[in-house]
Design a protein around this ligand. Structure first.
Ligand code: UDP
Length: 406
């Protein structure tokens, strides 16, 4: 676990002192986080860094994961797609099964806390325990909520409205709700294995181990194999660019236990890639943090061609490494990228290909975007800011009568 004081060099010691001061008011308070997977995806990534840091600050933070079978996670993936605006049919039976699994989890879990911090739709039904378990309940939505499907959002609303507070990642996701909505964007941990500095030797060893040539351009997208990350679109972008400029493409990602679609998408990407030896499709094991770090650092340009995105931690990770990033102008990504200043926002395959050619041809401009991007992440999207926001929200939840809105 990284000592909090080690972050002073990056964010300044006054930021760390502030964290201790706020945490002093939360000493020994119990905060139980619940989500649906321990590995894979942004939520698990954030909780992995966040829980030890809250504990270091003297807060009794815990993290538990709900259990579900294949049927449940197929349903929640359908909900996830529908909430992201992809027309998806959910049956009455699907909704009933969702309720049933949430009830089962509520029965089997040790729900004992001052604050219950529930992440994303999968465990949202635990709120029905509020009357019995007491405590304050916050629902944290990590999803791009700009155009959710009506039946699914109505179903979720019946739960959301029972929470004391909701948390969204970007202003565009806020909704008409009777409960308090807080805007807190996610973050990365600059000292975690995923983001810490690596020496050139380590990077070379890892990247060459994947069969890549460090002397030629490397273009990378790191993501779960998910339609909404548009990996097939990334292969099309690469093919358009490759006609003019030599480069290698890396599509690297693993699965998540709550995402049953991964293998199907992976097969489609492999099919699209054909037998081009310069397309490297890497299926990574969970915990491949140093490998991802090295791949990002070895890249000439990083892509995140998402079609929908709650926030896109991979964008922050690449920007923190001062890499030029071209990313879809969706969801939380425009919070991180100011177009042509701290990266490039794109809207299509042709647009992404156009900018990729430009960045490969203009290394000085690409470098400037990366440097600006790193500073933007330092100012806004590091774990220290995130923890501060969460602790202020916890204070609000615990002392609501005395605390004014922040
Ligand atoms: N990630 C990982 N292994 C993989 C693919 C992704 O560790 O094989 C990490 C990635 O580096 C990032 C997180 O998982 O930290 C993905 O978060 P993001 O917000 O980009 O997308 P999500 O998967 O939550 O939709």
């Amino acid at each position: 676990m990284t000592d909090l004081n080690n972050y002073s060099d990056i964010v300044g010691s006054s930021t760390i002192n502030d964290l201790h001061k706020i945490a002093g008011k939360l000493k020994s308070k119990r905060i139980l986080n619940v989500n649906s997977t321990a590995v894979g995806g942004g939520v698990a990534e954030i909780l992995t860094g966040m829980i030890p840091m809250l504990q270091q600050l003297g807060i009794d933070a815990k993290w538990d994961v709900i259990k579900g079978d294949e049927k449940f996670f197929n349903i929640t993936k359908k909900m996830h797609n529908a909430l992201h605006g992809t027309a998806t049919e959910l049956t009455k039976d699907d909704f009933e099964y969702f309720k049933e699994i949430n009830q089962q989890n509520a029965k089997n879990m040790e729900l004992d806390s001052d604050i219950f911090f529930i992440h994303d739709p999968q465990p949202i039904g635990l709120i029905n325990e509020k009357k019995i378990k007491k405590g304050s309940w916050a629902w944290r939505c990590h999803i791009d909520f700009t155009s959710p499907q009506k039946d699914v959002i109505e179903f979720l609303n019946s739960y959301i409205e029972k929470y004391d507070c909701t948390v969204f990642s970007a202003p565009a996701f806020s909704r008409k709700l009777s409960v308090l909505q807080v805007l807190i964007s996610p973050s990365i941990d600059p000292l975690a294995d995923k983001n810490k500095e690596l020496d050139d030797e380590t990077i070379k060893k890892i990247v060459e181990g994947f069969g890549l040539d460090m002397k030629r351009h490397i273009v990378t997208q790191i993501s779960r194999f998910d339609y909404l990350k548009d990996p097939v679109g990334v292969v099309e972008v690469y093919k358009k660019v490759k006609k003019y400029i030599d480069c290698q493409l890396v599509l690297a990602g693993g699965g998540a236990t709550d995402d049953p679609e991964g293998m199907k998408v992976l097969a489609e990407v492999r099919d699209k890639a054909g037998n081009d030896p310069d397309i490297h499709i890497l299926f990574l094991d969970p915990g491949s943090n140093i490998e991802i770090n090295a791949l990002q650092r070895a890249s000439t340009v990083v892509l995140q061609k998402s079609l929908k995105e709650g926030f896109g931690l991979t964008v922050a990770e690449a920007l923190w490494k001062a890499k030029p990033v071209i990313a879809g102008a969706v969801g939380g990504i425009p919070l991180q990228i100011k177009h042509q200043y701290s990266g490039i926002l794109s809207y299509s395959i042709d647009g992404t290909a156009y900018y990729l050619k430009q960045l490969l041809n203009e290394p000085e401009y690409a470098k400037e975007l990366g440097i600006n991007g790193r500073e933007h992440i330092r100012e806004n999207f590091l774990i220290t800011r995130h923890i501060r926001d969460y602790m202020l929200m916890f204070l609000y939840l615990l002392y609501r009568k005395d605390v004014v809105y922040f």
